[in-house]
Design a binder for this molecule. Sequence first.
Ligand code: FAD
Ligand code: UDP
Length: 368
Amino acid sequence: MEHPMKTDYLVVGAGFAGAVCARTLAEAGRRVLVIERRSHVGGNAFDRHDGQGVLIHPYGPHIFHTNAKRILEWLSRFTDWRFYEHRVLASVDGQLVPIPINRTTLNRLYAKDLDEAGAKAWLQRVRAPRDPVRTSEDVVLDSVGHDLCEKFFRGYTRKQWGVDLSELSAGVAARIPTRTDDDDRYFTDTYQFMPSHGYGAMFERMLDHPNITVRLHTDYFSDRQDIDASHTIYTGPIDAFFDYRFGRLPYRSLRFEHKHLPALSQFQAVGTVNYPNEQAYTRITEFKHLTGQEHEGTSIVFEYPQADGDPFYPIPRPENERLYARYRELAENCSDTTFVGRLAQYRYYNMDQVVAASLAACKSILGS
Ligand code: FAD
Ligand code: UDP
């Protein structure tokens, strides 16, 4: 940076956690400097138009869903919304069937004609009860049994996380419910929307405040000596902050392969198709379903999980939780730094949860 900079608060990272904190502190009258090492704000929720003019999510599909009206209202100050309920099909046994597993899934896969009570009875018969339910394998076996576990969960999870279902905490697979009715929505939250003009536009408005300065292409570790701040909000990986003192905290990464298909108005019937078994990628998303954009071509993204690369997911399993707890203890002793967000808190947070955690963090910083 050209000039050493004095500020009340330094915010490291311009994703949801950083932007929500910056805005809240700025509105409380504090001067805030946001630094972001990437070339854009928005973190992993960033979106932009590709070379052909289709609005895409470079870091994978992001659908806003929440039960918290308060969080929706807070964000609504910076965007209008487009109603959108995400639907996902899984490619299993040569068919495309709804995931989360529902009555339609069972009838299609097993050539049945079950009504809701029949679907309930079927699952009751095939489920393999587990007590206690500790791992993601327990969750899946307990709800749908061995066959459906192999068809939908075992392979997908191995690809996505690089470990077996039995090695992941229950919360991972518990994100996916099992249904006996025909509801084929991926999420059942009360509020499900996409920002009408995209996440990028929403972030620009959130960060547009006279008390906020944003510096892109700025890395905390190489540039911090040029900044004089009384308090830091850090939203990057927590192990990096402490120079990996206790060893690396595992984060899962992804490689995104984006494609534009000219002169094809629709590639697939729904926003996302999951490929639990056959392919190296886990899923394909077609953005026009999410955004409602009209265009003579279409743009899709394939997600290939990998160990190395930008950290995208904490890996929820007991040994990682234990390692994180050691870093958290260091963090709790840093009175001049607040750690918030998916990477800094090592939690498998959705966007709305990051907003809630960030508002709570600011409340405690501002002492209100
Ligand atoms: P991030 O978005 O990761 O932001 C952290 C920022 O800090 C980054 O921009 C990073 O570059 C910057 N940074 C890190 N270290 C430094 C440093 N040293 N110096 C400067 N800057 C630094 N959530 C949903 O609710 N719905 C979805 O549909 C959904 N889909 C997802 C799909 C994928 C593929 C992924 C990976 C996540 C998805 N999420 C979804 C989760 C969502 O992305 C996160 O909850 C949210 O974006 C996390 O915000 P954050 O600010 O904590 O972290
Ligand atoms: N999952 C699976 N098969 C699927 C969908 C999900 O095995 O078809 C498991 C898998 O372990 C995945 C987890 O459930 O990582 C959570 O899925 P979600 O779609 O919530 O993942 P995200 O969108 O966060 O990548």
